[in-house]
Design a protein around this ligand. Structure first.
Ligand code: ZN
Length: 153
């Protein structure tokens, strides 16, 4: 069965940056399963998978505009160090969940300058090309329950 809207797709994948460093992979975790055509994956990846069949292997490079977007300088902010629960153990690269009126998002500590912490609310992969190696492991019709929920079970 070919991948089309409302099929449940399982893929093995490896994601690399432009220097060939592996950022993420399904290896050791088992295939990623998702409901196709429902915005569950980044748009560039869903486009690349559309029409592929079980057993297909391919590589695709997804630019930021079809991946995690560009870096928004407005999401990089300086905040007082004492806002953090564990202000002693802060390190560059640490990630925190922040609650705002718009929902939950991930902040990454970019820099620590004395009592000021520079936090970055951009997705860690914003502004990057995403180089995927993909193998389609399984494709099936979604169940009515999966369609109602908008995700794979
Ligand atoms: Zn569900």
């Amino acid at each position: 069965m070919k991948i089309k809207k409302n099929t449940v797709v399982s893929i093995d994948y490896t994601l690399k940056d432009d220097h060939g460093n592996v950022i993420d992979s399904s290896q050791g975790r088992g295939p990623l399963k998702y409901l196709h055509g429902n915005g569950n994956l980044i748009i560039g990846l869903e486009k690349a998978l559309e029409g592929k069949d079980v057993g297909d292997s391919f590589s695709v490079t997804i630019p930021p505009e079809e991946g995690y977007g560009f870096v928004d300088e407005g999401l990089i902010q300086e905040v007082p160090r004492n806002l953090f629960d564990d202000s002693q153990g802060l390190e560059v690269g640490m990630q925190f969940q922040a609650q705002t009126e718009e929902g939950t998002y991930i902040l990454t500590i970019k820099e620590i300058k004395g009592n000021t912490v520079v936090v970055d609310g951009n997705h860690p992969l914003a502004g990057q090309n995403l180089n995927f190696d993909i193998r389609v492991v399984d494709v099936r019709e979604a169940t009515p329950e999966e369609l109602a929920h908008g995700h794979a079970h």
